[in-house]
Design a binder for this molecule. Structure first.
Ligand code: UD1
Length: 363
């Protein structure tokens, strides 16, 4: 009988990651997919299953929104009995969200072996909830599936190197596979009346950037600086929308050249990233996607886990400094040339390597 793996996903980037892994994993083990329900709006959840085709979750926990404690607690109380009922040989978690944390804690408390995809990423900033989730998941995991050489080094430094396997980045698999599909199928440029290289695309959702009204105002100043040069397309995450609405800023953005939209599906977002003059973001995934598309990126953070994007010269950390926009854009390469090395992130074969490492481990 093949081993049974209980995989926990819960929010937008994890649906993308599962799309790279589940198919390969199911060739080797029996996988049961659980959706915690941390992200529940169709444009943050359903659309990714439709477009990218990971298997539909066998179980949904419907935890919804809440404080970190509420959300994590709901995952614990709902996942623990489900895990006992399913009786897996191991749990698999992705990334750094509260769904990752909940899954990792349930595995540890239920004495189930744990594997972590995207192990070893570190920002060095413990004020980020994601950093805490990463540290806990890695220290509780028996199999650490690390996307990059930097992640491997971080794990060695923490004494976790022996449990680590370098697989490449599973999100890069999807970006490389779906990029040309998005160029062909997405009609977002026509719908929004945009010319290739004639606009910026921006995203923001980090609590440190969008929860505090003063920081959010600065963030809008950064986007406004870019909008002086070309229109900024800004698909707004629900957390960010809430901040903009409560400060009364949302309605004025159009007049400043910032065109807000609902959160976009994978294909439309990918098309925008690949056709943009540059990307402005605080998302980890979007930094990599612009790197892989050879589009320059301005990152609205002071540190990044994806250091290779910066070292290669395609990404700059500008924090929330509006005055840095113009000068940084002048210094970054032009979009499209020369193409960055996709091999840094595994060249599109990470999902296969994750599945192979899981099968070896579960023997
Ligand atoms: C979470 C992850 C973050 C990840 C991001 C991807 C944690 C701690 N953070 O952040 O690592 O990069 O997802 O998007 O797990 N909301 C909706 N509809 C939804 C989901 C959320 O309206 O479908 C609203 C809720 O009001 C909530 C807010 O968005 O308060 C934030 O959602 P939450 O799950 O807390 O975290 P994210 O900011 O999305």
């Amino acid at each position: 009988m093949s081993p049974r793996v209980l995989t926990v996903v819960g929010n937008r980037p994890q649906f993308v990651k599962a799309a790279a892994v589940s198919g390969h994993l199911r060739e080797r083990v029996e996988e049961v997919l659980v959706h915690t329900g941390q992200h529940y709006d169709p444009e943050l959840s359903e659309v990714f299953f439709d477009e990218l085709g990971p298997p539909r979750p066998e179980h949904e926990l419907d935890v919804g929104s809440g404080s970190h404690a509420d959300q994590t607690a709901a995952i614990l109380t709902r996942l623990e009995p489900l895990a006992a009922e399913i009786g897996p040989d191991a749990l698999l978690v992705y990334g750094d969200t509260n769904s990752t944390l909940g899954g990792a804690l349930v595995a540890a408390k239920s004495q189930l072996p744990l594997a972590h995809v995207e192990a070893g990423m570190r920002s060095g900033n413990r004020e980020m909830p994601e950093e805490i989730n990463r540290l806990v998941a890695d220290s509780l995991s028996q199999l650490l599936l690390a996307p990059t050489e930097t992640a491997m080094e971080n794990l060695s430094r923490e004494g976790l190197g022996e449990r680590a396997v370098r697989t490449g980045d599973v999100m890069a698999d999807v970006a490389l596979r779906m990029g040309p599909v998005a160029d062909e199928r997405s009609e977002v440029l026509t719908r929004l009346g945009l010319e290739p290289r004639g606009f910026f695309v921006a995203t923001a959702h980090r609590p440190a950037n969008v929860d505090d009204p003063e920081r959010l105002t600065l963030l809008i100043e950064v986007l406004s600086k870019a909008a002086e040069l070309a229109p900024v397309v800004f698909p707004v995450h629900p957390r960010t929308r809430a901040g903009l609405e409560s400060s009364g800023t949302l309605d004025g953005l159009g007049g400043r050249g910032i065109r807000t939209t609902e959160p976009l599906g994978y294909l439309d977002m990918t098309r925008l990233v690949r056709a943009a003059r540059a990307v402005i973001t605080d998302s980890g995934g979007v930094q990599k996607e612009s790197f892989l598309a050879a589009v320059p990126c301005l990152t609205m953070r002071e540190e990044t886990e994806w250091v290779e994007t910066v070292e290669s010269g395609w990404n700059r950390l500008i924090g929330l400094r509006p005055d840095a926009v113009q000068g940084t854009l002048d210094e970054l390469p032009e979009p499209g040339e020369p193409s960055p090395a996709a091999e840094i992130y595994g060249g599109g074969g990470a999902g296969e390597r994750v599945a192979a490492a899981m099968a070896d481990w579960l023997g």
